[in-house]
Design a protein around this ligand. Structure first.
Ligand code: HEM
Ligand code: NAG
Ligand code: NAG
Length: 267
């Protein structure tokens, strides 16, 4: 049968569309975004405790090895003391990954990106999907603790390819953190702001982690800490460091960009 020019055109459009579909963000993420946004915003439209926990869960899934969902899939969340405060969010994110048939690893990073954006002044970081899940647990004791001094934290981050500047920028996520008693690590936990750096250095925050006090007062990191008190300096350091952490151990080239889902959710 001879093809007409219109059927040739149709064939070309179908081929092109097929190619485009493979590269574009799966539409299910728009549905997930609406669910997550409802879950992560408090009544006054700021980030809530689930958002805080999700931001932290991103670090705890990625840093010990790879952003591979093992925090949830290998039960690191329930089995390790360092994750005790995240058992609830692990359950929520794991259930959503199953419900929507997306990778648990992607779901954890999506929770963090949405959690950050849900906070007042929170940046919209890039979000990509396609991470490969793993149910094999990573080696233990890789995440520095609340009493780790600056040298210990710097060594742990350097071992994973992060500079001191990236470390200091990343712990700025504590701008929105609360401790196990519910006390916040700066006076504005609903705001993604640099009050955390100022108040930690001045020791005037409602509570401070010794680990953050060490970064603020040790010679290896104190000048970097002070530089982060400038909001532009912090956001310019935080965003690329967080994006780098969110794909640890994964092949970036095989991931598909879904950043538009975050920007559309908080337009
Ligand atoms: C050396 C680096 C870090 C150390 C030692 C550290 C330590 C801690 C500790 C001990 C807590 C719990 C506070 C308490 O219960 O008293 C905490 C909470 C938190 N951390 Fe970190 N952290 C580090 C890096 C990060 C990074 C890289 C992120 C994310 C980018 C992050 C995000 C959070 C958040 C959002 C919370 C609050 C969780 C909530 O309120 O439920 N932390 N961190
Ligand atoms: C879930 O997604 C995978 C690919 O990511 C697909 O092979 C599978 O058929 C999907 N399952 C359902 C129930 O849609
Ligand atoms: C730095 O902070 C730590 C943790 O609070 C404290 O133990 C130490 O004495 C401080 N060092 C200096 C030089 O202020």
């Amino acid at each position: 049968m001879q093809m007409t020019s219109s059927s040739l055109l149709l064939a070309a459009v179908v081929a092109f569309a097929g190619n485009t579909v493979a590269q574009s963000c799966p539409t299910v993420w728009t549905t997930i975004a609406s669910d997550v946004k409802t879950a992560f915003l408090s009544d006054d439209s700021n980030c809530n405790d689930d958002a805080r926990a999700a931001i932290r869960a991103s670090f705890h899934d990625c840093f010990p090895g790879s952003c591979d969902g093992s925090l949830i899939l290998a039960n690191e969340c329930t089995d390790r003391g360092e994750n005790a405060q995240m058992v609830g969010i692990c359950s929520t994110l794991g259930d959503m990954a199953s419900q929507y048939n997306v990778s648990t690893a992607d779901m954890i990073q999506f929770g963090a990106a949405m959690g950050i954006a849900a906070c007042s002044l929170g940046p919209k970081i890039a979000f990509k999907v396609g991470r490969i899940d793993s149910s094999t647990a990573n080696a233990e004791n890789q995440i520095p603790g609340r009493n780790s001094d600056a040298a210990t934290q710097i060594a742990a981050f350097e071992a994973k390819g992060f500079t001191v500047t990236e470390l200091v920028a990343l712990v700025g996520a504590h701008s929105t953190a609360k401790d196990f008693n519910g006390e916040s690590l700066d006076s504005t936990p609903e705001q993604w702001d640099t009050t955390f750096y100022t108040e930690t250095a001045e020791e005037s925050a409602p509570d401070s982690l010794p680990s953050d006090l060490y970064l603020s007062n040790s010679t290896q990191s104190s000048s970097i800490w002070t530089s982060m008190e400038d909001a532009t300096t912090w956001v310019n350091a935080f965003v690329p460091a967080m994006e780098k952490m969110s794909i640890m151990g994964q092949d970036e080239a095989s991931l598909v960009d879904c950043s538009s889902v975050i920007t559309a959710s908080f337009a």
